[in-house]
Design a protein around this ligand. Sequence first.
Ligand code: CO
Length: 163
Amino acid sequence: MALRKILSDNHPVLRTRAQEVKNINSAVSRLIDDMIETMREAEGVGLAANQVGVPKRILVASDCQEDGEVYALINPRCEEKEGEEIGVEGCLSVPGQYGQVPRCQKVTVSALNRKGEKVRLKLEGLPARILLHEMDHLDGILITDKAIRMLDPEELKSEEEST
Ligand code: CO
């Protein structure tokens, strides 16, 4: 496994719509391992492949459970959305900035896991927010596009989590 560099500052790859993965091979598996390691090192709770310069539809995210499980999804697709709530988000590719972002409260997503098996996730609250944030990355969308308001420096002090 190896750490990868996290892109920031509106790097063009962050603004590129990532491509579907057609073949889950050893390069994809290695990329997922590297993304998990890179996310943990950066103390983030999610990471999309284009954040490390690979425009493919792959993300890793924390399930927000106490044991700190991280899951990987390939070609994720949103099947159902429900409700809406506003929450504060940061982003490893938008360092030092946090914004109030409206997201669906509940989401059902289908995807492939790293073995190429179909999986279906139903999430709500923070894990849903993290997953939707990472799926936005795969479409080239950043929190600065979606935030109804970015926080000012005073408000920033209390925020820690970055995705
Ligand atoms: Co992010």
